[in-house]
Structures are given as C-alpha cells and as structure tokens.
Write a protein that binds this ligand. Structure first.
Ligand code: NAP
Length: 320
C-alpha cells in the first residue's frame, strides 16, 4: 500500500498508547504535520474527547478501515504483537524507540512488512535532533581517536511510576541510553562494537539503574559510555568526539553542537515533527527504515556485562 504525495490527502493515522511521550510529543507533532490526520486512538485507560477511542489496536484496526497507518507509543514489551497485527492488516507502522524488546523480533517485523508491502519505520528520535546531521557531516572523513558519552539523568523526574522500564525488556537506564547510541551510530564514520560492560542493578529491580559500556570503532578507537539514572541537579546528555579535526561536542541530546569549544548550533526541539515528516515520505515512496544497530549494541552490552547489585530503588507508585 502506498500513498501518493501528489494526491495531498493526509494519511489517516491511529495512535496506540496514550502515555507520556504520546501526549508530550506525538499529539502536538501530528497536529503540526499536514501529511497526517490523527483519526483514532487505542488506549486501555485513556480517551480524547474529539476522537474515536478503542481499548486496543485490534479493535481500532477492525473498526477503522480508513486508518492506513499506526504509530505505536506503548512500552517495548508487547509492541511486537501490536505491530504484527497492524502489518497483518496491511497498515503502515511507526515504532517508538527502542523498536522492540529484542533484536530478532524487530527483524521478524521487518520481514513481515516487506512481505505485506507496507512501511515499517523504526524511529530514533534523538537522530532527528537539530545538530546530529551536521555532526555527522563534520566527522564524515575524520580519523576518530576517542569518543565519550555521558548520559546522566534523574529517573524520578523523567519516569515517575513507570514499572515497565524496570521489567525484563524495559532496558532500565538504556531506555534513555539507547538515544545516545542511536546518535553515535549515526555520526561516526565507522561501525562500533562493545568490548565490556558493567550493569548496576538495584536489588529490588530487573533492569540497570546505571551502566558503563566500553566500545571500540572499526579502527580501534575507544568509545566510552557512562549512563546513570541517579543524577539529581543538572542533567547531562553529552557526546564528545576527538579526531584529527576539531573537537565535536553534542550537548542536550543532540540539540546543541559545539565545535572546538564554540557553540554553532542550538535549536528548538522539532524531533517528532521530523519523524512524522519522514514517516510520510517513507509511506509515499513505499520504503521502510529499520536500523537496529543501537538496539544491537544494548543487546550486546547485556550479553557481555558484569552485573553488580546496588541499593534498592524505591518509588511509592511502583510495586516493590
Ligand atoms: P508511559 O508513560 O508508561 O506510557 C506508555 C503507554 O502505553 C501507557 O500510557 C499505556 O497507555 C500504554 N500501554 C500499553 N500496554 C502497556 C503496558 N503493558 N504497560 C504500560 N503501559 C502500557 O511510557 P512512555 O514514557 O510514553 O514511553 C513509551 C515509549 O516511548 C517507550 O518505548 C519509551 O522509550 C518511548 N519514549 C519515551 C520518552 C519519554 O520521555 N517518556 C521519550 C522518547 C521515547 P494506555 O493506558 O493508554 O493503554
């Protein structure tokens, strides 16, 4: 199924999962991108006054034949079944990051989408941050000597009451950390792979609250990452790249670019508008975009990691 851009008819879209990211980013971005018309919602608990609402994606797909695309804003665990239903029903699918709870389940979805002739778009919102493409351009012909990722934020501020992030498949601190990995895999001129990892797992949880990940580029340059969810006060989302050229520093998750100490880009957040514009383009051209390299790095970190048990993490809204 393709959508002709010449027709100028917006694509009717169903939004699945009405949690933090759906409300903060997807709803306002959809309102600003004319290529889509938000037509229906699937949510177990929430509704929007102005739109038809269904308890789950299967009910939405059955009742709304005009909805030709869906955007999944649910947690990664369970998203495979939702995406498989939508692809099976011939709808185009956009996946929040991380695209699934495992690498192989998303490969399976990509194969299903190919067989069905629909678009699958595994989004990485941080790659759509304002300074990422310029950093990639500046590094394209450079010899990389060292990369440092510092991703430190306060889980109590950003993820209050979210139980799924602490469950198997929820990634723990890699839920934000995978954003950094999505950026480095985009801006570095060669592939990278992990060589060692340490995961700090609270004694009452299944997923890490902090992690150190040592990787190397294909040329052997070290890429050191430090992820920590216990950061109070100023929050840090930095990637520093040393090479045979000027130092590149991406800050604020890719919204700011500093070159040799001078700030050259600082832009407003339009990540999700860019993602929806890209989804429209992919639908119009009958293409898919599924790069699993950030998820593969996280999976490899879990394979390689030394695990340390650390102090319990308590949130009054969570069991345990
Ligand atoms: P959230 O606030 O917990 O919302 C997830 C929504 O998914 C829930 O409100 C729920 O909506 C639905 N859902 C369906 N099955 C669920 C289940 N078994 N457990 C919990 N919720 C379930 O999560 P979120 O922060 O929006 O994150 C969703 C996805 O977006 C994740 O993959 C996350 O990595 C990504 N993301 C989040 C942020 C952020 O800052 N929060 C930023 C970028 C990307 P209903 O009750 O309506 O069914």
């Amino acid at each position: 199924m393709t959508h002709s851009s010449a027709s100028r008819q917006p694509v009717a879209l169903g939004l699945v999962g009405l949690g933090t990211i759906a409300r903060n980013q997807h709803l306002p971005s959809l309102a600003a991108v004319p290529a889509f018309r938000l037509a229906a919602i699937a949510s177990r608990n929430a509704t929007l006054d102005t739109l038809p609402g269904y308890p789950d994606i299967d009910a939405l797909l059955a009742a709304e034949p005009e909805v030709t695309a869906v955007s999944l804003c649910t947690p990664p665990q369970g998203r495979f079944e939702q995406a498989a239903s939508a692809i099976g029903a011939g709808r185009h699918v956009m996946l929040e990051k991380p695209p699934g709870a495992s690498v192989s389940e998303v490969e399976a979805l990509a194969a299903m989408a190919r067989a069905k002739g629909v678009t699958l778009f595994a989004t990485w919102h941080s790659r759509a941050a304002a300074a990422v493409e310029e950093a990639r351009r500046l590094l394209a012909n450079r010899k990389i000597s060292r990369v440092e990722i510092t991703w430190k934020e306060d889980v109590r501020h950003w993820h209050p009451g979210q139980d799924w992030i602490w469950q198997p498949g929820g990634l723990g601190v890699f839920d934000p950390g995978i954003n950094a990995l999505s950026v480095v895999t985009r801006i570095l001129p060669s592939a990278l792979h992990p060589v060692s990892a340490v995961l700090d797992v609270p004694e009452n949880r299944q997923a890490p609250i902090a992690a150190r990940l040592s990787m190397v580029t294909a040329d052997g340059a070290p890429v050191e990452a430090e992820f920590d969810w216990r950061q109070t006060g100023p929050q840090t989302w930095d990637i520093r790249v040393e090479s045979d050229g000027p130092e590149i520093l991406l800050r604020m998750g890719g919204a700011e670019l500093h070159v040799a100490g001078e700030k050259i880009i600082a832009a407003a957040d339009e990540e999700y508008r860019r993602l929806y514009a890209r989804f429209a383009e992919l639908i119009a051209t009958g293409a898919s975009e599924v790069d699993l390299s950030p998820l593969q790095l996280v999976a490899d970190a879990f394979l390689l990691a030394e695990r340390r048990t650390v102090a319990p993490f308590h949130d009054p809204a969570l069991p345990g």
